[in-house]
Design a protein around this ligand. Structure first.
Ligand code: NDP
Length: 329
């Protein structure tokens, strides 16, 4: 084991939350049952907020990072042994629990998902919370009974992490996917993931009538606000929208009309506290349906030392796909 080891720690400096690279020892970690040597974490929108001091951390000091992928070093739980490849997504890491931007972390046994054999640690980190959330969205739409008919399924924030994986999973499941993006230059990338057509971000941002022409069988939305309201007003009779994000705003200026006149469902998706069975199912979908070529298209790898530069970029919507964070560098 390496002592001391680097970590990105959020601290209070003059009343502000500031993320700093610190050298830690095992004594600095919480007393949870499973010690994991972390290989990779990833950069999610929420990590961007945390690193930029936007008060994601609810107690300090806090090791940032909502994801980790690595190998069990020691375990006081019968469920996990040294050498097991494991994933943790969410469970309050970086908010109330110490997170994944670190070489080592101690976690609770119930938080761990076994690393699927088909994925390397780097690939699982590339999927991360954003990709696993995309899988939760697709599972929710299928559970609703989203029909595979002539109508299209919309994905917003398409070139982002959730959006990229959602496109690949929906296309693989047999849906006609339309990608809504603010980046025209991302269209070839989105086509390579399975998008059959495009819509500009702006087309969904204007507040229109509460019931518009029926257009979508369903949608995965990571934007929120007027974008989500517009999608609901354009969703066809009996359709459903899986809403997971707020990249465009946390408000929802909508009416009940799509719900009470067209039976449209708004399916809320939370990844942080999702129960283990739902996580397991999402990771099984990812292992089955997300091929290595799509993953390679989605992924870039960056050292942990660059997080302070990358955080503002993800908040500005400038990161394409998924960024894996190599915690050894
Ligand atoms: P990314 O930054 O990777 O993707 C967000 C995408 O949204 C951007 O790439 C951009 O796509 C689009 N976008 C950015 N800003 C705006 C804006 N102002 N208006 C409209 N579109 C915008 O983030 P993630 O994919 O990691 O997360 C997406 C959202 O989902 C975030 O809000 C995040 O907090 C949330 N989330 C929620 C989870 C949950 O458990 N509910 C779990 C994971 C994420 P483009 O350039 O293609 O338009």
């Amino acid at each position: 084991m390496i002592h001391p080891f680097p970590a990105i720690v959020i601290e209070d400096i003059n009343g502000k939350q500031v993320a700093t690279r610190r050298d830690l020892t095992l004594a600095d970690l919480p007393d949870n049952e499973v010690l994991v040597e972390v290989a990779f974490s990833s950069l999610n929108y929420k990590d961007g907020l945390a690193i930029q001091g936007k008060r994601i951390a609810r107690r300090l000091p806090m090791i940032a990072g909502i994801d980790l992928v690595g190998t069990v070093v020691e375990s006081r739980s019968a469920d996990w042994r040294a050498g097991d490849g494991v994933i943790v997504n969410g469970w309050g890491m970086s908010e109330t629990e110490q997170g994944g931007f670190t070489r080592y972390q101690r976690v609770k046994p119930g938080w761990l998902v076994k690393l699927p054999d088909i994925f390397s640690a780097e690939q699982a980190a590339a999927i991360g919370t954003a990709g696993y959330t995309a899988a939760l969205c697709v599972d929710a739409l299928e559970d609703w009974g989203l029909p595979r008919n002539a109508r299209e399924v919309l994905v917003t924030g398409a070139a982002g992490g959730v959006g990229s994986v959602a496109i690949a999973l929906l296309a693989k499941a047999g849906y006609q996917v339309i990608a809504s993006t603010g980046r025209v230059e991302a269209q070839p990338y989105l086509s390579s993931l399975g998008a059959a057509g495009f819509l500009s971000r702006e087309e969904l941002q204007d507040k229109g009538p509460p019931l518009q022409q029926e257009r979508w069988a369903g949608a995965v939305d990571s934007v929120g606000s007027t974008t989500l309201a517009t999608i609901l007003s354009q969703t066809a009779y009996g359709g459903a929208v899986a809403a997971c994000g707020l990249a465009g705003g946390a408000d929802l200026p909508a009416t009940v009309l799509p719900h009470i006149l067209r039976g449209v469902a708004l399916l809320g998706i939370d990844s942080v506290m999702a129960p283990a069975a739902r996580r397991q199912r999402a990771w099984e979908r990812l292992a089955r349906d997300l091929d290595a070529t799509a993953l390679a298209h989605i992924t870039t790898v960056e050292p942990m030392s660059r997080l302070s530069e990358l955080a503002p970029q993800i908040l500005a919507g400038k990161i394409r796909g998924r960024v894996v964070i190599d915690v050894t560098r």
